[in-house]
Design a protein. Structure first.
Length: 185
């Protein structure tokens, strides 16, 4: 016949952690008691006499005073323009939408032009008239159909692959879908 063992408690994997936690709790309780006593103090003797009579409060007072010095240094931090504007509620006026994001770029044998930034969320379109001026190699055939922003349907003439475009001092290969429509003036 099996009898259950009375009052069997599970063992803790790391008993030293429990002991360390108890010590930390004891120190925190002592600190709280010291601060409560300090808060409730009401006496009519000089501060230095009080410190002499209560040596346990010496380190606590010292940390309070040293932290006060650091706080007063931080209190004298000058404000920059942004912080000053927030505190004084002087916000800059809102600017309108600048519209297209254009990048100056160079094509071989062509004057500098402005191009729309490619964010890989769209395709690069080029008018056929501009393609003819550039005198670049043949276009690759394509069977895609484009719906433009004005809801018109357009069939590209072809795709210009790996056209090197100079942006600043760098050269980037880009693909252009060449469409037969009028170029911007």
């Amino acid at each position: 016949m099996l009898h259950p063992k009375p009052n069997q408690r599970p063992s803790i994997p790391y008993p030293s952690r429990l002991h360390d936690q108890k010590l930390r709790d004891k120190v925190n309780d002592q600190r709280e008691k010291n601060f409560q006593i300090f808060k409730d103090l009401n006496f009519n003797i000089s501060f230095s006499d009080a410190l002499i009579l209560m040596p346990k409060f010496g380190p606590t007072i010292k940390t309070l005073l040293t932290n006060k010095d650091k706080l007063s240094e931080l209190a004298r931090t000058p404000l920059n323009d942004h912080c000053s504007a927030v505190l004084l509620k002087k916000f800059p006026e809102k600017l309108r939408d600048p519209g297209k994001f254009l990048i100056p770029c160079d094509f071989p044998r062509m004057a500098e032009c402005l191009a729309l930034a490619d964010l890989d969320a769209s395709i690069n379109l080029m008018p056929l008239s501009v393609w003819n001026k550039l005198s670049l190699p043949d276009l690759s055939p394509t069977c895609m159909t484009l719906e433009l922003s004005d809801r018109s349907i357009s069939r590209p003439v072809g795709v210009a692959e790996d056209v090197f475009v100079k942006v600043g001092t760098f050269h980037f290969p880009a693909d252009f879908v060449v469409v037969d429509f009028d170029a911007d003036p």
